[in-house]
Design a protein around this ligand. Structure first.
Ligand SMILES: [Zn+2]
Ligand SMILES: [Zn+2]
Length: 375
């Protein structure tokens, strides 16, 4: 255990490799040798803008939070894990004492130490330290890439299974076919969805969604000149209902709408196509201020919720569904980079495709000295 090369964000569009000290795990912690890390929209957002909302990068920060690896060291009190165990890392260590931690909503803990959210360092180094209970052992037949993908999958689990309370034989519409939208569909499929509608403006993304989990796809119409967003959304919702035979009630109605796009028009359209008495869950972070027709919300008694990261049980369910073969994460890993090419991985994710034109769903960076094809 000699060095700890790390991929560090210094400021907007400014990254470097730095040696960081190797931290000792406390009694209840483990040190994980990070083997695989997925790049997420939020990582790229910090790289491009230096901030997300109130989270501002003010000092150099190691990037990365979607990781899996192998236990390198265990704290003196850890009995559940041993050196060499393969684990997925849940990257948010919470205080365990506040109201939210004690009422099973630890994702709302005000004192969470979350990887690669300022001022906390992330996982793109050789080593990362976490509380032992946030290192989840991976079944032998799952890969370390699968392990890294448990982070975005848990976001989908939280939105669909937990907050959306999605049940077998229900229908779902998902706006936005980026990795999180796709994973929300995967969760719905695993839970026995009767119908999964994917909505996106990019036909190539819809094509993938259809091959992967969606039963139906919809491309919204083009906005007309001088058309307001509200007017466009009404028209788009009506077009969607007509094209796909969506009703407001009964078997053709949509039980759960997920917005994984963050686009105002998607949100406005989504509340209109949700069924009376249905649910709408916002998981995409985008336009902060959105105009919503409250009469739709009221008359449908729509249950509208924001979904933030993941909470108790979400990682466990994510790993279980993949282990049971109900979700296949492999088709989502489209690009792989060695540690030295971490910047290339960020640039490729930012562009949405590599120079050869191949679209990115998820780019994975291997840990330092970890071969690209290691399982
Ligand atoms: Zn992420
Ligand atoms: Zn707390």
């Amino acid at each position: 255990m000699s060095d700890n090369p790390s991929f560090v964000l210094l400021g907007i569009d400014n990254v470097t490799f730095e040696q960081r000290p190797i931290v000792e795990p406390a009694a209840d912690e483990v040190l994980v040798q990070v083997k695989k890390t997925g790049i997420c929209g939020s990582d790229v957002h910090f790289y491009v803008h230096g901030r997300i909302g109130d989270f501002i990068v003010e000092k150099p920060m190691v990037l990365g939070h979607e990781s899996a690896g192998v236990i390198a060291k265990v704290g003196s009190g850890v009995t559940t894990l041993k050196v060499g165990d393969r684990v997925a890392i849940e990257p948010g260590a919470t205080c365990r004492k506040c109201e939210y931690c004690k009422t099973a909503r630890y994702q709302l803990c005000p004192d969470v130490v979350f990887a690669a959210t300022p001022p906390n360092d992330g996982t793109l180094g050789r080593y990362y330290r976490v509380p032992a209970d946030l290192a989840y052992p991976l079944p032998d037949h799952l890969s370390l890439e699968d392990g890294a993908m448990m982070e975005p999958l848990s976001v989908g689990i939280h939105a669909v299974a937990k907050l959306g309370e999605f049940q077998a034989n229900q229908s779902i519409a998902v706006f936005g076919c980026g990795p999180v939208g796709i994973l929300c569909m995967a969760v719905a499929k695993a839970l026995g969805a009767s119908r999964i509608i994917a909505v996106d403006i990019a036909p190539s993304r819809l094509e993938f969604a259809k091959s992967y989990a969606a039963t139906d796809v919809f491309v919204p119409p083009a906005p007309e000149k001088d058309e307001s967003r509200v007017a466009f959304s009404k028209r788009s919702a009506a077009a969607m209902q007509k094209a796909l035979g969506i009703a407001d009630r009964g078997p053709q109605a949509i039980d759960l709408v997920i917005d994984a796009s963050g686009a105002e028009v998607s949100i406005q359209t989504g509340i209109r196509i949700a069924k009376t008495g249905g649910a709408f869950v916002q998981v995409g972070m985008g336009s902060p201020d959105v105009t919503i027709d409250m009469s739709v919300l009221i008359t449908k008694e729509l249950k509208m919720r924001g979904s933030f990261r993941y909470g108790p049980g979400d990682y466990k369910l994510a790993i279980a569904l993949v282990a049971q073969g109900k979700i296949d994460l492999k088709p989502l890993v489209t690009h792989r980079f060695p540690f030295e090419s971490a910047l290339q991985a960020f640039k490729t994710t930012r562009q949405g495709k590599s120079d050869d034109g191949k679209g990115v769903i998820k780019a994975i960076i291997s840990g330092p000295d970890v071969p690209l094809d290691s399982a």
